[in-house]
Design a protein around this ligand. Structure first.
Ligand code: HEC
Ligand code: HEC
Length: 422
């Protein structure tokens, strides 16, 4: 049953994407290209879980209420939240153009079926690992108040404004003495599409849960995976994950030479502990900012459920200052580390991971290390491989490994791997 559900979902998602591209009705693209026109989208209605051709108006609210033509109740639109969160129209008038007016009946039927299969089934994604609260929840962004004061960090003699800290083409490097001199592409990127690697992955390559740790990756693996991004073989299972799309654009904008320079730079750095794993039944309540879980003030708690919550040790240091000395706390379900260890060490459902990733799990030859890496990242990768969204040449070796893993197995494995001292 599970196999079939997954297969149907994969086929549906792939077909939906393909069709969306073929017929140029990709909602984001349509929006960008016809920013003043009203456009109809096929979407899923949360109340009746049915795919409906809803009438779209360019509303200004995050909920994007629409009328479900099947049950005539107001639907909170769950797909394409980015499209819903477009800038409000000047008049906010409810002028409609229905999808059926734009598309022939056949295209419509095929679309409805593929979208229904693709998106309805994708309700099973481990959303927490992708940095979303649930299916279709709009990406939340922290509203940055204008602040031009100079910021400081203990242990650094430097000072930066917030704008400098998050400058896409030259972000703050708080501790230059930590690392060798950065290649230009790492420190500054290359306009217009190649943002500085240091912005997201930090100058020391430690990265954050919503992106990836890139320090200490084997050079050959680094190059291979960059080519996978370039060739469409590494995409996210959750199309809302904007930074993965940015990563793809970045890889596409780089020369072979720049990729090699970045690979050499990050490979020369050792992976050192970056997170602390805590097993717990309840976790601090969090809000999501740009794919990262930030603890709410007030210390309220909620059940952890089937999730790992990876939160900055110090939200201000991470979120505002991008301090690459300030790590993360990993909240994992009780018992997960031990169960994960059994799966990783003995193989259990697959070949023992150490056979390829090294018995110490720190990587072996061209195979990347897993010890002490971000569990959100690890789960995303295993899931993306299982879904066929990550399918590079080397991914073939991982296919049999992930094929039998359940969502719970992945959580257990990631909790254990995060706890292994690198
Ligand atoms: C806007 C943020 C952003 C920037 C800037 C960025 N990346 Fe990434 N990178 C990501 C994200 C997000 C992922 C993980 C994708 C996922 O989980 O789906 C990633 C993953 C990677 C990986 C894969 C790591 C692994 O273990 O397989 C490599 C390698 C990488 N990036 C290299 C680079 C290089 C080189 C640069 C600079 C030229 C760069 N990145 C700039 C966001 C970014
Ligand atoms: C037969 C060899 C082999 C075995 C066994 C294996 N792996 Fe892998 N693994 C690889 C290769 C090769 C890659 C790189 C895949 C790619 O480039 O897409 C990889 C990549 C990964 C990644 C992504 C790493 C990154 O930085 O993006 C994760 C996560 C992972 N493996 C987890 C596991 C786990 C967990 C196990 C054990 C349950 C395991 N692997 C067993 C060969 C293996």
């Amino acid at each position: 049953m599970r196999f079939w559900r997954r297969s149907i979902r994969a086929v549906g998602t792939a077909a939906g994407r393909l069709l969306a591209q073929e017929h140029s009705i990709n909602p984001l693209r349509s929006l960008r290209h016809q920013s003043n026109a009203n456009t109809g989208f096929a979407r899923r209605h949360v109340a009746c879980k049915w795919l409906v051709n809803v009438e779209k108006f360019r509303g200004s609210t995050r909920d994007c209420p629409d009328l479900c033509t099947a049950c005539t109740r107001i639907a909170v639109v769950v797909s394409y939240p980015e499209a819903c969160c477009c800038e409000p129209s000047a008049t906010d008038r409810h002028t409609h153009r229905r999808l059926d007016e734009q598309e022939g009946w056949m295209k419509k039927t095929v679309l409805a079926v593929t979208f229904m299969v693709g998106y309805a089934w994708s309700a099973e994604l481990p959303y927490w690992a992708y940095g979303f609260a649930g299916p279709g929840a709009p990406p939340t962004a922290a509203a940055a108040a204008p602040d031009s004061s100079l910021k400081h960090l203990p242990g650094s003699k430097l000072e930066f404004t917030r704008a400098q800290i998050s400058d896409r083409f030259g972000p703050a490097d708080w501790y230059p003495e930590d690392h060798a001199s950065m290649p230009d592409v790492v420190a500054h990127g290359k306009r217009p599409d190649v943002f500085a690697c240091a912005l997201c992955h930090y100058p020391n390559g430690k990265g954050r849960p919503e992106n990836a740790g890139v320090a200490d990756l084997p050079v050959s693996y680094f190059i291979q995976t960059m080519n996978d991004f370039r060739n469409g073989n590494r995409r996210s299972s959750d199309s809302r994950k904007g930074n993965t799309n940015l990563m793809i654009a970045i890889a596409k904008g780089m020369t072979e030479d720049e990729i090699k320079q970045a690979a050499d730079y990050f490979a020369a750095m050792k992976w050192t502990p970056w997170m602390k794993v805590v097993e717990t039944a309840t976790v601090p309540k969090t809000r999501i900012a740009g794919g990262m879980f930030l603890k709410l003030e007030g210390g309220e708690k909620e059940p952890i459920g089937q999730r790992i919550i990876e939160a900055p040790e110090d939200a201000e240091a991470t979120e505002v200052l991008r301090d690459d000395h300030s790590g993360f706390i990993v909240y994992a379900p009780v018992g997960s580390v031990k169960k994960g260890q059994a799966l990783v060490v003995s193989g259990g459902k697959a070949t023992a991971c150490g056979a390829c990733h090294g018995t110490d799990l720190k990587g072996m030859g061209p195979v990347p290390g897993l010890a002490g890496r971000s569990p959100s990242y690890l789960v995303r990768q295993m899931y993306d491989m299982q879904q066929g969204m990550r399918k590079g040449v080397w991914t073939e070796l991982m296919k049999p490994v992930v094929s039998k893993l359940s969502d719970e197995d992945m959580i257990d494995i990631a909790a254990y791997l995060a706890s292994v001292k690198p």
